[in-house]
Design a protein around this ligand. Structure first.
Ligand SMILES: *[C@@H]1O[C@H](CO)[C@@H](O)[C@H](O)[C@H]1NC(C)=O
Ligand SMILES: *[C@@H]1O[C@H](CO)[C@@H](O)[C@H](O)[C@H]1NC(C)=O
Ligand SMILES: *[C@@H]1O[C@H](CO)[C@@H](O)[C@H](O)[C@H]1NC(C)=O
Length: 255
């Protein structure tokens, strides 16, 4: 019964999506002043990602969520005293293209960036992500019942017992996860490292769900994109299929 409902939900979700595998990321330009004149840094952020708050010691994490999908785009910004469970202050809604207050005394100007295997040009997001899919069944069969998405450019993310960062080698063979235990800023000596084989099915609990999980990587591939330049429609279809075989599922928030 549960299985059946899940399948229906998946079908509905796929019908609602404009194009499978297309995701919006958030480009955030940080400034030191309230006129957004004095540039500080550039971030490319995952919608709904739980980022370690490196900008203040007052809170431990922040999160941006795209809430308005027609221009001018809107974003809810949250800050937390833990791994994105306990809010420190009420959420604020920020507008794209405006100079808005960020966290920790910084200011921000934001815009959306499309991440898609068929997106061409400078405005596309080239954020690479890993998806950790958990399955109720062993051997990673059936529908994943939980999917976690992380960026893999070594960004500092918040988790329950400290911070963590993910990276992937150039051949997309291994995802490396480093946990920084009880450290708020991805530093310190107390670390734990896990090297996971991309696409390999790891068995988990023998007697209860989740029984297995695997890691996949979605990253921009210039050879895939060059296919999309071809006038024939075939190249486009192939490009989309290759880069996002399981893209129907979207990020963990969609499930
Ligand atoms: C946070 O605290 C550490 C240690 O006290 C300090 O070195 C650092 O400058 C602080 N960072 C910010 C953003 O206030
Ligand atoms: C992937 O990880 C395995 C196990 O740690 C290691 O033997 C292998 O050299 C790694 N491959 C790459 C390309 O980093
Ligand atoms: C959190 O980190 C501390 C310090 O190393 C460790 O003793 C504890 O076992 C960790 N807890 C979890 C859930 O990993």
């Amino acid at each position: 019964m549960r299985h059946h409902r899940g399948l229906l939900g998946l079908l509905v979700a796929s019908l609602l999506r404009p194009s499978t595998g297309d995701t919006l990321d958030i480009e955030a330009s940080l400034f030191l002043d309230s006129n957004c004149f004095d540039r500080y840094s550039e971030l490319l952020l995952l919608d709904d990602g739980c980022y370690a708050n490196l900008y203040t010691n007052l809170t431990k994490a922040f999160k941006l969520r795209i809430v308005g999908f027609t221009a001018p785009y809107k974003y809810d910004i949250y800050d937390y005293t833990d791994a994105c469970h306990t809010q420190f202050s009420p959420k604020r809604t920020l507008t794209a293209g405006k100079c808005e207050r960020f966290v920790g005394g910084y200011f921000v100007e934001m815009t959306n960036r499309l991440r898609s295997s068929t997106c061409v040009g400078q405005d596309c997001s080239r954020l690479a992500v890993t998806k950790q899919r958990f399955f109720s069944e062993s051997m990673c069969v059936g529908l994943p019942y939980e999917v976690y998405t992380y960026p893999v450019q070594n960004e500092c993310m918040r988790w329950s017992n400290g911070t963590q960062a993910f990276r992937v080698d150039p051949t997309t063979t291994n995802v490396t996860q480093v946990d920084y235990l009880v450290n708020d800023k991805c530093g310190g000596d107390l670390t734990r490292e896990y090297v996971m084989s991309v696409g390999y099915c790891y068995e988990l609990y023998p007697d209860r769900a989740p029984r297995s999980f695997k890691w996949e990587v979605e990253r921009y591939d210039s050879t895939t994109i060059s296919e999309a330049w071809r006038p024939a429609g075939l190249g486009l279809v192939q490009a989309a299929g290759m880069a996002a075989p399981l893209a129907l599922l979207g990020s963990s928030r969609d499930l």
